[in-house]
Design a protein around this ligand. Structure first.
Ligand SMILES: Cc1cc2nc3c(=O)[nH]c(=O)nc-3n(C[C@H](O)[C@H](O)[C@H](O)COP(=O)(O)OP(=O)(O)OC[C@H]3O[C@@H](n4cnc5c(N)ncnc54)[C@H](O)[C@@H]3O)c2cc1C
Length: 380
């Protein structure tokens, strides 16, 4: 049986960039995905992802975010498609809300530029938005959105061009260790590799069952609305915006596909290994319609019911850790097995640097990137 240097389980956000990075370093790589990324059954579906330079979750993400940005800019310069659009990210809330406090603190600590906008200034600059008078707006101008299909296309095509063998629509049923190698099992047969990287998103807990990773999979609902005044929602005219209550957020309209609206802080927990994800329902849409009317009244035509102006509603999966931080580590029993999991609803922007880190760990056994705070050992 021919052997590979590295096998990868899961070619979504993290696995696709890991495959490209490994292949670029000359490793022989085989990657599997049970679906055909980009797809809408895991954690990367839904067209766009926010890229923020101001990071409130943990200060140690800032150097990783800067490294990720170097990768995004290099990849965009090398390729033909736009990966990142600089729209700015506008955070809105009461001055003592954790969102506004966190953005201010992170900007102060890292000397990052942020514009402070009172509510009436927000309404003047962005007529679609309607923050209450006691809300403050903080605009992070070095932020924007990432095109998911372009990003995954860039990574998967890049990996293939560099020699990686990618098997899509191939589910991995399990893996085992034999001597210093790893055997990966699919319905089509077995593959042997010196190293295994597991980047299986919401299914990571199932693939690494013996580790009992503390992962909570949550169903998130994404909606797209046809804007009543499209000119208010184009990139350049509107930022990505997030309102503190529920972390209710929206993205500018891309390609005439509507304005994406969702909550970051709401979502229903699912069984650990999701098989069936319930589709969006009226119970999901009611609160969204109320918050649109309250915070983004310019989005909809007031003369028509909101549901008639909705273009699409989809689900997507968060894989949350108890502390909201990613887990990047080596398997405690098998040093040839590495994994990246629990990206907790904020991992996409880091995908290229996570690819670099996992490739470092697989090929060199160590990395210069500051990821010690993301290790599993001793954390939960
Ligand atoms: C609604 C929503 C909004 C988000 N917004 C942002 C944002 O604005 N900014 C940001 O940075 N991040 C955001 N995120 C988070 C980000 O998208 C995720 O952190 C990221 O996609 C996680 O990548 P992943 O590779 O772990 O999972 P995925 O991208 O889901 O990839 C995992 C892959 O593993 C495959 N797989 C699983 N099991 C198997 C198996 N047995 N065999 C073969 N293949 C398998 C799956 O098919 C899948 O393709 C958001 C996530 C959601 C759901």
């Amino acid at each position: 049986m021919p052997g590979y240097d590295v096998a990868i389980i899961g070619l979504g956000a993290m696995g696709s960039f890991t495959a490209m990075e490994l292949a670029g370093r000359g490793a022989s790589v085989i990657g599997f995905d049970r679906f055909s990324p980009p797809h809408e059954k895991g954690s990367h579906g839904g067209e766009t992802r926010a890229f923020r330079t101001i990071y409130t979750e943990h200060p140690d993400y800032v150097p990783l975010m800067k490294r990720a940005l170097e990768h995004w800019e290099r990849l965009a310069a090398e390729g033909s498609s736009e990966l990142l659009t600089w729209t700015g990210v506008l955070s809105l809330g009461e001055a003592d809300s954790s969102l506004i406090g966190g953005v201010r603190q992170s900007a102060d600590v890292y000397g990052l530029p942020v514009q402070s906008l009172p509510a009436d200034e927000v309404r003047r600059r962005f007529p679609a938005l309607n923050p209450p008078g006691n809300f403050t707006g903080l605009l992070d101008t070095r932020s924007g959105l990432i095109d998911v299909a372009a990003a995954l296309g860039c990574a998967l095509q890049g990996a293939r061009r560099l020699g990686a063998e990618l098997r899509l629509d191939r589910e991995v049923l399990g893996w085992s260790v034999e001597g210093r190698e790893v055997l990966v099992n699919t319905r089509e047969g077995q593959v042997r590799a010196k190293r295994l990287v597991v980047t299986a998103g919401a299914w990571s807990g199932a693939i690494l069952r013996a580790l009992k990773l503390p992962l909570l999979v949550r169903r998130q609902v994404l909606t797209w609305f046809r804007p009543h005044r499209p000119e208010w929602f184009q990139p350049g005219a509107a930022p990505v915006f997030v309102f503190a209550p529920g972390a209710f957020y929206g993205f500018p309209e891309i390609g005439g596909n509507g304005v994406k609206i969702a909550y970051h802080e709401r979502g229903d927990p699912l069984p650990a290994f999701p098989v069936q994800v319930p589709p969006p329902s009226d119970a999901d849409l009611g609160p969204l319609a109320r918050d649109i009317a309250r915070f983004v009244p310019g989005l909809l035509d007031p003369a028509r019911p909101p549901q008639d102006q909705m273009l699409a509603a989809k689900t997507c999966l968060y894989t949350l850790t108890p502390d909201g931080h990613f887990i990047i580590d080596r398997h405690p029993q098998y040093e040839q097995v590495l994994f990246g999991a629990g990206f907790s609803g904020h991992g996409f922007k880091f995908a290229p640097v996570m690819g670099e880190v996992l490739a470092d760990l697989a090929l060199e056994g160590k990395t210069e990137q500051p990821v010690d705070f993301l290790r599993l050992e001793g954390r939960f």
